[in-house]
Design a protein around this ligand. Structure first.
Ligand SMILES: *Cc1c(COP(=O)(O)O)cnc(C)c1O
Length: 466
């Protein structure tokens, strides 16, 4: 063991060797030195634990190459691009929606140049950051007024805090949703200071349940879109229009948290009809909240539209300053919303919409192209097949709804790594690739692969197997 320890190079020798490595030379020296120390600590631990027993395992060319890889991995930026081959379009863990080109340009300009963020060019005086999206949101949704905050969780929180703090909010038991992560209606309600008044049963809620729950302490009637689950069977939900009728009669505002909030009516596009924002506004909701980066296909944002008085009260809430939207987001949001002025352009240019509505034949063709590339890069180590399968919209939209797709499936032949091992290795490639395992095969769904990523998938797979 002592002899093995003596074979380890010194930090300075390793640093001198690494200086020749392209890509590492430009990195801050302290960062590289720390990574080299970590690498050498790893070798010492391997010797102690008996994982390294043979001097050949410490041959300088071998150790040098391992060290270069280790240092490259340890010093690269933590936030990285990933290839999404899961077929889940609005994948919250992988960044939800990709932005359309005009939105990317707008965000880039917003951070590279000064702007009229809060500057009124007509008067030369201070302006409002919300002014950039208010008119277009009113036009697209039919609402009287609009406001945007950091995300939809913030939109729900500030609305409840403004309209119902210290008073009761009536919600159906069937709608007390939890969204992945930490958003739960009862908990957000508690944080806002509003008091949850649950009504009805999990599967059935009737108009009379809301009516009977209303007291002089009631502030708001809330409907929450059950965005990531379905209650099926013997069910009854009170429609927004019915809820608005009750609210009008009793002089109470009505809010709908739409979650994903689409501006597109997908009914004609082979997807089940999800409620649109326009519909909720037309049905008379005082407040409608939804996300910017789910099915809308824009940047992370919480959009609040509705009646002018309610929106104005929310805008003036001091919490709004804490939840306020950033300029890059605003720029990207306006550019995304502008695409919706021409619904055809929106469907073509907004990646989320294009992926969701991709034609099955187009996906089958893309799968065949990908399979041809992968057959070359996998060189007979896996059986490569195209098989019918299903994608999901994700992001709490169209729950339990399968989108028909064609998958490329990889089944190991001979000694090739198992699907689980392959999945693990693909997470360590650059860029990492995330796929799925189905029926004992590693599968890739072309729905969420961009056209210019197909070749890269081949390259990444060869690297993972090298
Ligand atoms: C996703 C979702 C939220 C939270 O939206 P974020 O934009 O993720 O903050 C709130 N309510 C519902 C019903 C949702 O689906």
């Amino acid at each position: 063991m002592q002899q093995l320890f003596r074979l380890l190079p010194s930090v300075d020798v390793v640093l001198a060797d690494l200086a020749a490595e392209a890509g590492l030379a430009a990195l801050p020296r302290a960062l590289v030195r720390d990574a080299v120390n970590d690498f050498l600590d790893g070798l010492r631990a391997d010797i102690k634990a008996g994982r390294i027993t043979d001097p050949a395992q410490l041959a300088p060319p071998l150790v040098g190459a391992q060290c270069a890889r280790f240092v490259a991995a340890a010093t690269r930026p933590h936030f990285r691009r990933v290839i999404n081959a899961t077929g889940v379009v609005v994948h919250t863990n992988l960044g939800r929606s990709l932005l359309a080109e005009p939105a990317i340009d707008a965000a880039a300009k917003a951070c590279a140049r000064y702007s009229n963020l809060e500057f009124d060019l007509a008067t030369g005086e201070r302006g409002s950051r919300y002014s950039h999206v208010v008119d277009i949101l009113r036009r697209l949704t039919g609402a009287e007024a609009a406001l945007v905050v950091n995300n939809n969780a913030a939109a729900v929180l500030i609305t409840l805090e403004t309209l119902a703090k210290g008073r009761e909010v009536v919600v159906s038991r069937g709608q007390l949703v939890e969204i992945g992560g930490s958003f739960r209606i009862p908990e957000v309600m508690a944080k806002s200071g509003a008091v949850l008044r649950e009504v009805g049963a999990t599967n059935r809620t009737h108009p009379r349940d809301y009516e009977n729950a209303i007291t002089e302490n009631t502030a708001l009637l809330l409907k929450v879109h059950t965005s990531n689950y379905r209650i099926v069977g013997f069910t009854k939900e009170v429609s927004l229009a019915e809820l608005v009728a009750i609210g009008r009669e009793r002089g109470l505002p009505v809010m709908e948290d739409l979650g994903s909030g689409n501006l597109t009516d997908f009914a004609g596009l082979g997807l089940p009809g999800e409620p649109t924002v326009q519909r909720a506004v037309a049905d008379g909701a005082d407040i409608v909240t939804f996300s910017g980066d789910k099915v809308l296909g824009g940047p992370q944002a919480g959009i609040i539209v509705g009646k002018a008085a309610a929106i104005e009260a929310i805008r003036k809430n001091p919490l709004n300053r804490a939840l306020r939207i950033d300029k890059m987001t605003l720029a990207a949001l306006e550019a995304t919303l502008r695409l919706y002025l021409d619904p055809e352009a929106a469907r073509r240019e907004i990646p989320t919409l294009a992926m969701m509505t991709a034609a099955p034949e187009a996906l089958a063709k893309k799968a065949r192209r990908l399979a041809t590339i992968l057959k070359k890069s996998l060189a007979g180590r896996y059986a490569v097949q195209t098989v019918p399968g299903a994608s999901r919209v994700g992001g709490g939209a169209f729950p339990e709804h399968d989108l028909p797709t064609t998958l490329v499936s990889l089944t190991p032949l001979g000694e090739a790594p198992t699907p689980d091992m392959l999945r693990q290795r693909l997470l360590a490639t650059d860029p990492p690739l995330v796929g799925r395992i189905e029926d004992g095969a590693f599968v890739l769904d072309p729905r969420t692969l961009l056209d210019d990523e197909l070749k890269l998938v081949g390259t990444v797979l060869s690297r993972a197997l090298a």
